[in-house]
Design a protein around this ligand. Sequence first.
Ligand SMILES: Cc1cc2nc3c(=O)[nH]c(=O)nc-3n(C[C@H](O)[C@H](O)[C@H](O)COP(=O)(O)O)c2cc1C
Length: 181
Amino acid sequence: MGKKIVVITGSPRKNGNSFAMTDAFMKAAEEKGHTVKRFDAAMKNVGGCHACETCFKSGKACSFDDDFNTIAPAIMEADAVVFTMPVYWYSIPAQVKGVIDKLFSFCVAGKDIAGKECALITCCEEDDMSVMDGVRIPVERSAALLKWKMVGEVLVPGVLNTGDIEKTDGCKKAAALAEKF
Ligand SMILES: Cc1cc2nc3c(=O)[nH]c(=O)nc-3n(C[C@H](O)[C@H](O)[C@H](O)COP(=O)(O)O)c2cc1C
C-alpha cells in the first residue's frame, strides 16, 4: 500500500547534486504509489529551537511561529521522513538543522510520532566517506531517539559542482532507495 513520505531537503541549490537525487527518489517513490510531500528548508523560514518548551501549548508546534509549523503536521501524519542535504563544514546545513532541532517539539509535547521510517540522502565534495559522518550520525541517532527505523542511506562523496552527481551512480541509488519503503 502507498505510504505518505515527507521529504525535507537542505540545499539552497535548486539544480544541485542533492536536489537531483531528491528528484530521482521522489519520481521512483511516486511511481511505486507512495504520496510524497516535499519541503525545501533552504527556501523556507525556519529558525532554531528557543528551548522555551512551550511547544504545542498554543496549538501550533512552535510558539515562535515559522515555516516549521507547516512542516510539523506533515511529519506527524507521515509514514516516513526522508532527509536530503549536502555536507556543510562536516555537518548539517543550518537551513535543515533548524527543522531537525524543532523535532524537539514532539518530545516536549509528548506527541506519539514513533514507528516512522526514515532515510538519508547526502553528498559532499571530498572523496572520504567519513566526511559525511557529521550528517549521517546525527540523523541516525535522532531517528533512533524518535523510535524511527532507518531503512536506507545514499551517501555520495566526490561531488562539488552542479551536475557532478551525473558522473556518479547517486541518482540511480536514490531511485533504488524508494524500493526500501
Ligand atoms: C558552505 C559550504 C560548506 C561545505 N562544506 C563541505 C565540507 O565540509 N566537506 C565537503 O566535502 N564538502 C563541503 N561542501 C561542498 C558540498 O557538500 C558539495 O558541493 C555538494 O555537492 C553540494 O550539494 P548541493 O549541490 O546539493 O548543494 C560545502 C559547500 C558549501 C556551500
